[in-house]
Design a protein around this ligand. Structure first.
Ligand code: IVH
Length: 682
């Protein structure tokens, strides 16, 4: 870390700066920004301002070559994109957890499990706090730490081995009794609250930007190119599992956690981490932990409730997103109070007119919040938020800030209700509000605001995740006609970008690199990037599990779409409309052009044994429910359809099979009884 002052003034009154002084000031300034950008992941100035500093120094050095020794202008430039941590592919994907946002959703979780297993008994649950840090995987070979990686997007993370070696909590060698072969331990790297305050105080005193919460501080400290920075940060670790629970050779999660402790890993041992006989007991743990969360030395944002019996983990399996045998029960968000300064109407990528409140910035559970969506006209009316009101703010699911209500007692006199516009504030087209819908829309798909919003969404973290393409850059690309459709991004060159006013060499290369990486991102990201109504992240993931390319999806029929669990008539219609609309013709042609993009079709949990085989189920199976049978087929790459046809590969016939069996017999299809079906699965 540098210890140069935050701001060195260019010149003091009366004594003009000499070239040598100016060069020294610029060098210090540039080095400080290099450090902020590359080492601390928290730049203070935009790239173009950085480029101006660099150019100023270069000009000065050209005029006074004697000043050019040992300058950042002659040092090797750091890699574009800023990060040089190596990529690590996880052998088995690091999934996330389904969330339960209230007690009902926790009860729903147990109901889902029961339905899936076709069982009415009650289960034992292991509970453990949900640590608010960063998931990591530690690989051991012969009991020696050989590789450590971040979760990344679950499939690909970053190599953080040298940084992890500086964390005292993490064993470099395992105790006796630990497995001799390869072992993949998963857990959370976190920062204690006290260390977080200490670090921020120190940074503030040094004039550095402060971290918003312990989680960000832990992440920033771990993803360092220089391990000595990580070492100074005093990070901690809790283990919570293995990449494959079978490695522990135990029957329960509780025993697995004990073993991790014996092998040398720190495991959480407060009264919240324990085996519970049933869900009622787990709920009591949840309430206690929520009431006492502030007494813990580290941040927790919920309680992870997991079936204790590992043989049930096997049966329940996982979707491509999360295991079915665990749930993250989240705490109620923390609230804060602030004043509304303005209400603006924003036009979204589907034309939705959304009122957004801009507020006096305030910290809500550690994060600075200055704006919140009011969703739509009805919500705005219901909450009756007015400019000047004091409001209670929460962060729902600990991410999205939300205005819960107006503090009417503090309402200043004379505030008038907000009047919702009848026209699009950007293109003035009359807004349309369909019968039964809460949202008013600008119907003009060529409205500049919609085009810009679609471009921003295309690059969004949950879509193609292109770094450096935010609102400002999007607006600039459109204004200069470099991009008309989001897919035009794939035709840009660094040269094109460098010609733009605010772009420098570094920012141009960085964006081009981000775009190049996007070309081969997972198919679901491309689907989400299309901005189809009703098709968000989750639906995109489901669709990507059923279609292996955009082309295949674009040809899907209404029946094929609706045969998919979770895809209803509304979503299907929206997809069909999108793919049939001539307006999307060029856009789609680009995205199906293998010379421009090559989406990767990741079906992580698929072993592919039944790859693309079509199954139809009929009758009752004795050892598993329909849902379980279906999940086990899809987990191996097969598909389950509802009607028997010539195309069916197998009919699975349980007891009391009906007309489907007769049809299959007529068509001479392979018919599996339960025993044969299980054999095939295994
Ligand atoms: S997973 C499946 N346990 O939550 C049963 N995850 O996993 C194993 N996380 O980003 C339990 N605390 O880093 C588990 N006690 C905990 C956790 C935990 C935090 C994070 C994890 C990941 C996300 C989903």
């Amino acid at each position: 870390m540098t210890d140069t002052p935050k701001k060195t003034s260019p010149s003091s009154v009366g004594s003009p700066e000499s070239p040598a002084e100016a060069a020294k000031r610029l060098r210090e300034e540039i080095r400080r920004h290099n450090d902020l950008y590359f080492q601390q992941d928290s730049p203070e100035i935009p790239d173009d301002a950085y480029d101006r500093l660099l150019r100023e120094l270069q000009d000065l050095e050209r005029a006074h070559p004697e000043l050019a020794l040992g300058s950042p202008t002659t040092e090797v430039a750091p890699p574009p994109g800023g990060r040089a941590l190596k990529e690590v592919i996880h052998d088995s994907p690091m999934l996330s957890l389904d969330k339960a946002l209230n007690v009902q959703e926790i009860l729903d979780f147990e109901e889902r499990v029961k339905r899936f297993l076709g069982s009415n008994e009650s289960f034992g649950f292991y509970t453990m706090p949900k640590f608010d840090g960063l998931a990591v995987e530690l690989n051991y070979d012969q009991k020696v730490l050989v590789l450590a990686s971040t979760r990344g997007d679950g499939r690909r993370g970053e190599d953080i081995t040298s940084n992890v070696r500086t964390i005292d909590d993490i064993p470099k060698n395992l105790n006796q009794g630990a497995p001799e072969g390869r072992l993949f331990v998963r857990g959370e790297v976190y920062m204690e609250k006290e260390e977080f305050s200490r670090l921020n105080e120190e940074r503030e005193a040094e004039g550095l930007s402060i971290f918003a919460n312990p989680r960000n501080a832990a992440a920033g400290s771990l993803r360092q190119l220089d391990p000595s920075v990580t070492q100074q940060r005093n990070l901690k670790f809790f283990a919570y599992g293995l990449s494959d629970a079978k490695m522990a050779e135990s029957e329960s999660y509780g025993r697995l956690m004990e073993k991790l402790g014996h092998w040398g890993f720190p495991v959480e041992t407060s009264k919240s981490s324990k085996v519970n006989q049933n869900l009622a007991e787990a709920l009591a743990v949840f309430r206690d932990l929520e009431a006492g969360r502030d007494n813990l030395p580290f941040e927790v944002d919920g309680l992870v409730i997991t079936l204790d019996d590992l043989s049930l983990w096997d049966r329940l399996g996982a979707t491509s997103r999360a295991p079915r045998y665990a749930v993250a029960a989240k705490f109620k968000p923390r609230a804060a109070k602030t004043q509304v300064l303005n209400i603006e109407i924003q036009v979204g990528r589907t034309g939705a007119l959304t009122p957004v409140a801009f507020m006096e910035p305030v910290l809500v559970s550690g994060v600075r919040v200055a704006q919140a969506t009011l969703h739509n006209e009805d919500e705005l009316k219901r909450k009756d938020v007015r400019v000047g009101d004091y409001v209670i703010l929460q962060r729902a699911g600990d991410v999205i800030p939300e205005i819960v209500e107006v503090d009417l007692e503090k309402r200043p006199v004379g505030l008038s209700p907000f009047v919702f516009p009848k026209i699009c504030p950007i293109c003035a087209t009359p807004a349309v509000r369909k019968e039964g819908e809460a949202v008013s829309r600008c119907p003009n798909r060529s409205c500049p605001a919609q085009i810009e919003a679609r471009l921003i969404h295309f690059a969004h973290k949950n879509a193609l995740d292109i770094d450096g393409l935010g609102q400002k850059v999007a607006a600039q690309l459109l204004a200069n006609n470099l991009v008309k459709l989001p897919s035009d991004l794939f035709k840009l060159s660094a040269q094109d970008l460098k010609a733009l006013p605010r772009f420098g060499e570094k920012s141009a290369l960085k964006l081009i690199e981000g775009i190049d990486q996007a070309r081969s991102k997972a198919l679901w990201r491309f689907i989400n990037a299309l901005s189809i109504r009703h098709v968000g992240e989750r639906v995109s993931q489901i669709l990507a599990e059923h279609f292996d390319s955009l082309e295949a999806l674009s040809k899907a029929t209404n029946d094929q779409l609706q045969a998919i669990n979770d895809i209803g008539p509304e979503v299907a219609k929206s997809l069909l409309d999108f793919f049939q609309s001539p307006l999307n013709h060029h856009f789609l042609a680009d995205l199906m052009d293998p010379a421009l993009v090559k989406p990767s079709h990741t079906q992580p949990l698929t072993e592919g044994l039944l790859s693309d085989k079509r199954f139809v189920l009929t009758g009752t199976l004795n050892t598993m429910t329909r849902a379980e049978a279906k999940a086990r087929i899809t987990a191996k790459g097969g598909r389950v359809l509802s009607t028997v046809s010539k195309e069916t590969d197998y009919l699975v016939a349980g007891q009391a099979a009906g007309s489907k069996l007769t049809t299959a017999q007529k068509l001479n299809l392979p018919i599996l009884d339960e025993e044969a079906f299980i054999k095939l699965l295994n």
